[in-house]
Design a protein around this ligand. Structure first.
Ligand code: ES4
Ligand code: ZN
Length: 326
């Protein structure tokens, strides 16, 4: 339709994408075969049938298990290249890609293997599609502060190629405050900071991400709307929220897409953006996310253009590059 092509044609940045969450079942099977690994699924259909989640933890268990097929630098390269091909087709001009090194180093895969595979794919995407990218190293919040520090130390040789650190995995019971010191250390090294907050966790976790971690963006942030003072503050400070509609639906943050708060966020002055989170698991890439909320909430082209514009403004590109995209 007309709206579909309008959405695909909108230049956009993707700011919330877990590269491990872009592992499609077909590639999972191909990598399992290439690496001689048995996987607990009979077919691609069988894998897709397993992707029915009641909450974040249900999803995370399956997502960490799926990542086991990723073993070599070539595997990480192929995974990332497959994402870039889909992203380019969706009008993505710039992507800030999160990766979870601890998911891999815990299995004996070297940090170097992971990041060099990602970096070679990033260079190819820029050469082949003009698609620019940045990397965001995420700490798994269910692991300890000491393990996060260890991961930051492993990243040291690549810090000039890592733009930010983030915080992901099981939110409830692992408040931002647990990572105050490692985020301060990352900030001292010149890294930008992001954190998942207010996805399942309470508005208090968003407050902590702002006041204790000093983040530059909030990932998700949906539950901020429960706190009027917090909503006003996020709007006043121009804080970017990286919202993920299909993720919200699949992880039961909302019951129906018709309930999605994206337009209320914009009306309240929040700098919301649209992103895909874990597209292979949640049923769509970034343009699918724009289409889903556009249909369910009757978004106007002006609102969709605002969301796309917000994605460049909220990116970690230098101001001249941001301006060039607007
Ligand atoms: C994630 Cl949706 C979501 N939330 C928290 N951690 C994650 N890791 C990958 N996807
Ligand atoms: Zn996420």
């Amino acid at each position: 339709t007309d709206l579909d092509s309008f959405i695909a044609g909108l230049p956009k940045a993707e700011l919330h994408l877990h590269i491990e969450g872009s592992l499609e079942p077909e590639l999972m099977f191909a990598l399992a075969k290439r690496n001689g690994i048995a996987i607990p699924y009979a077919s691609v259909e069988d894998v897709r049938a397993a992707y029915a989640f009641s909450n974040l933890q249900d999803f995370l268990d399956i997502y960490y298990a799926g990542a086991d097929v990723l073993r070599t630098r070539q595997d990480f390269h192929d995974l990332t290249t497959a994402y870039f091909e889909r992203a380019a087709a969706d009008g993505v001009r710039h992507a800030e890609i999160m990766f979870d090194p601890q998911t891999h180093t815990a299995r004996g895969i070297a940090f170097e293997t992971v990041i060099e595979g990602l970096l070679s794919a990033c260079a190819e995407a820029e050469a082949n599609h003009g698609l620019t990218s940045r990397l965001i190293l995420c700490f798994l919040r269910h692991l300890s502060e000491a393990q996060a520090f260890e991961t930051l130390a492993q990243a040291e040789p690549w810090l000039d190629r890592i733009t930010a650190v983030g915080l992901d995995s099981s939110e409830i019971g692992h408040p931002p405050e647990k990572f105050a010191r490692v985020f301060a250390a990352a900030r001292d090294k010149g890294l930008k900071l992001v954190a998942h907050a207010g996805e399942e966790g309470p508005p208090a976790y968003v407050h902590e991400a702002l006041d204790i971690l000093h983040v530059d963006r909030i990932d998700h942030g949906n539950r901020s709307l429960e706190d009027v003072a917090l909503t006003d503050r996020l709007a006043r400070e121009g804080m970017t929220l990286t919202v993920c509609p299909l993720s919200n639906l699949k992880l039961c943050v909302i019951d129906r897409m018709e309930d999605h708060p994206i337009d209320r966020m914009l009306e309240q002055g929040l700098h919301a953006t649209i992103n895909s989170d874990d597209p292979a698991y949640f049923g769509g890439y970034v343009a699918d996310n724009y289409r889903a909320v556009a249909a369910a909430r009757g978004l106007t082209r002006a609102q969709l253009a605002t969301l796309a514009r917000n994605s460049f403004i909220g990116s970690f590109l230098p101001p001249d590059a941001v301006s060039a995209h607007l």
